[in-house]
Design a protein around this ligand. Structure first.
Ligand code: GLU
Length: 299
């Protein structure tokens, strides 16, 4: 009993301290534990208003860029056991970097899980993000996007013999998605009765599907196709897409110079055949049907 009460006091004291600390943090424009809003404030406050601060100049003068990608999405952003990187997003990132004057040897890839992307850009931990990152109005409050460079659609991945044939068939089933993703948000908005389990990355969901701990995984079809190809014969895509996901290149809020330069790189990548080749090489083997390139909207 007494031990519990002591613990309670300690917890209360810790909570009070956390409150005090976060209070100080936002006064300094330096708190990032709380989420996007605070770190955005930190970025524009610390960066002198953000106006003159562009990664285009940084890339040119240093020959280096730190690019946020996924590490666990086969076909898109994957860190291989030998430490090398592969995927459509990786190729897109390398192409854009080259256009900004940065060779492959000057790129540092940093893992940016879905829930950490706005924060990583907000506090300038990364210079840009190429990570199946959907352009949304909410995210645009914290981030500037270039693109889109690809449009995917939310779908479901299930075991080969599953009876789930559409998102309407998820009653009493356990669905897995990722914290901070549009995929998880869409389920909460559109299918509020579905039991949703949120993990940090899609590979965690796929492992849970494999073990039978959950019944379905939901995110963009192109991501799910990559996992299905990784485990031939085990899973299938349901094939009832229920959203449009416009993949943008995430940039520091207000870096319009980078937005123009990255848009120009995307247009060149599409017109010189690289875009199609990157998709054929990385996404084609999963059987995913390669769509037409999208129009650039973020300018
Ligand atoms: N494209 C969606 C998003 O940006 C889902 C994929 C992901 O989480 O990266 O949230």
């Amino acid at each position: 009993m007494i031990r519990f009460r002591t613990l309670g006091v300690v917890v209360a004291a810790a909570a009070a301290m956390a409150l005090t600390l976060s209070g100080c943090g936002s006064d300094n424009g330096n708190g990032n534990a709380g989420g996007d809003q605070t770190s955005t404030a930190a970025a524009s406050g610390g960066g002198g208003g953000g106006g003159g601060d562009s990664i285009v100049d940084k890339a040119k003068s240093s020959g280096k860029l730190t690019i946020g990608v996924k590490f666990d999405q086969p076909g898109l952003g994957l860190k291989k056991p030998d430490g090398s990187f592969a995927g459509f997003d990786i190729d897109v990132a390398r192409y854009i970097a080259k256009e900004l004057g940065v060779e492959e040897s000057g790129i540092t890839f940093k893992e940016t899980p879905s829930a950490q992307r706005e924060t990583a850009l907000g506090n300038h931990e990364v210079d840009m993000i190429v990570a199946t990152y959907s352009i949304t109005d909410k995210r645009k409050e914290a981030v500037t996007f270039a693109g889109p460079y690809f449009i995917a659609h939310q779908d479901l991945l299930v075991k080969k013999d599953s009876d789930i044939t559409s998102p309407d068939k998820l009653a009493n089933k356990l669905l897995c998605s990722v914290t901070g993703s549009t995929s998880a948000q869409k389920v909460k908005d559109k299918y509020p009765d579905v039991q949703l389990k949120e993990y940090g990355g899609y590979s965690d969901c796929v492992n849970a599907l494999k073990s039978g701990a959950i019944d379905a995984v939901t995110t963009d079809d192109v991501i799910l196709a990559g996992y299905a190809a990784q485990y031939p014969g085990e899973f299938k895509l349901v094939g009832e897409p229920f959203s449009d996901e416009n993949y943008g290149v995430g940039l520091w809020k207000g870096d319009t110079k980078a937005q123009s330069a990255v848009n120009a790189a995307i247009e060149k990548m599409q017109s010189d055949g690289s875009w199609k080749k990157f998709l054929d090489d990385n996404v084609g083997p999963s059987g995913y049907e390669i769509p037409d390139p999208p129009e650039i909207t973020e300018k």
